[in-house]
Design a protein around this ligand. Structure first.
Ligand code: 2ND
Ligand code: ZN
Length: 373
């Protein structure tokens, strides 16, 4: 797409990046899983050799390989071993702090971290206490990143699990925390059999509260899920949304026709939170070259690039963008376009989004483009 040569991996790492779709319980460092499991007596799925570095490497491999199943349901089973060790205030705060530090070190300047409070109350924390613990960790991470010279703005998104029935409660929690670090709401979990309309009360409540929400839709299930998420539930953004491509027809001569839903999504600039590495693992796409992100980017949908679960996919924003550069030949202008798309779509007040675009993203890419000149 770009006239300039492709950026190097190091340039991609230094490029300012914005991340809208990253699960807190899908981004732990393997060593942290190991240490927290030891502390709370959680049984891990790998045989431990007693050498922390080797055990952490084996555990990281186990997550990636187990998540590589081709099915969303099996992919989600791996979360038992992250959620299981994130049941105390200290553990939640540590995981959040480390996530922020890792993202900042990877060149992420804005991130929304999502997680499901209802999954973290097994040891007696209240829902409110879980959010407070994560916010404590986010604040510490933001401070550490600033001190390390890589400032980052971070917000929480509170997720409700679509197979459970606590979405109204979680939506109320998100609104209660809206001025203290929580920017929005989401639903996640197995998609087939759990349509977003099961949680209509929560979405209608959020709309009345002028609150923001995204919905995982069009990942393991197709157009009906996307249609419901947008037209029944009023989602601001789509988590994944890859299957919108089912409503796009490409003729042998290359001409493209959009169906009504795809046209609506593009016309209304509805953001697609695309997570290529995750989609390859759950079978939502067969290869990166065939991933709908290529076509949807060419058609100028509001595409954003995301990690989904850095631990399960062994990925990072730098990895995701570098793979796109290698596969589709994208240049720095394309990466800037993805990043500006993400910031335009962020659940952050307009003036704050604009400040990040104008004062951080544009100068950051200008400096990198100057290196290539
Ligand atoms: O890609 C996903 N699709 C649906 N649900 C997901 C995905 N990645 C993570 N989750 C689930 C598992 C986590 O425990 C939960 C909250 O972050 O969200
Ligand atoms: Zn997700």
């Amino acid at each position: 797409m770009s006239a300039c040569p492709g950026p190097t991996r190091d340039q991609v790492r230094r490029a300012p990046k914005a991340l809208l779709h990253d699960h807190l319980d899908g981004g732990l460092r393997p060593r942290t899983v190991l240490e927290l499991a030891r502390e709370v007596g959680h049984e891990l799925p790998v045989t431990l050799a007693g050498d922390d570095a080797a055990d952490a490497a084996a555990l990281g491999r186990w997550f990636r390989e187990s998540a590589d199943s081709g099915s969303l349901e099996r992919y989600l089973e791996t979360f038992a071993h992250t959620v299981g060790v994130m049941q105390t205030r200290e553990a939640l705060a540590r995981v959040a702090r480390e996530a922020v530090e890792d993202l900042a070190a990877d060149g992420v300047v804005y991130a929304e971290l999502r997680w499901a409070p209802e999954q973290h109350v097994e040891a007696g924390l209240s829902l409110d206490e879980t959010v407070a613990a994560v916010q404590e960790g986010v604040d510490a991470g933001v401070e550490a990143a600033r001190a390390a010279g890589s400032p980052v703005v971070v917000r929480q998104l509170l997720t409700a699990m679509r197979h459970q029935a606590r979405s109204q409660e979680i939506a109320e929690l998100a609104v209660a925390w809206r001025d203290r670090g929580v920017a929005g709401f989401d639903i996640a979990g197995a998609e087939a059999g759990y349509p977003p309309t099961r949680h209509l009360d929560a979405f209608e409540y959020l709309q009345r509260e002028n609150a923001h929400f995204t919905i995982h839709a069009g990942e393991a299930f197709g157009l009906p899920s996307i249609w419901q998420a947008i037209q029944w539930c009023g989602a601001d953004r789509l988590g994944h949304g890859v299957r919108i491509v089912d409503d796009v027809e490409v003729a042998p001569d290359g001409s493209v026709t959009l169906g009504r839903l795809a046209a609506y999504v593009r016309d209304n600039r509805i953001p697609l939170e695309m997570c290529p590495a995750s989609n390859l693992q759950t079978g939502a796409a067969a290869s990166l070259a065939e991933h709908p992100i290529g076509l949807l980017t060419r058609l100028r949908f509001r595409v954003t690039v995301n990690t989904d679960n850095r631990l399960m996919s062994g990925t990072s924003m730098t990895d995701e963008m570098t793979s796109l550069v290698e596969t589709f030949g994208y240049g720095l202008e394309d990466l800037r376009w993805f990043t500006v798309n993400a910031l335009k779509s962020a659940f952050l007040p307009f003036d704050e989004r604009l400040a990040l675009i104008e004062q951080v993203v544009k100068p950051g890419y200008a400096a990198l483009l100057a290196e290539q000149a």
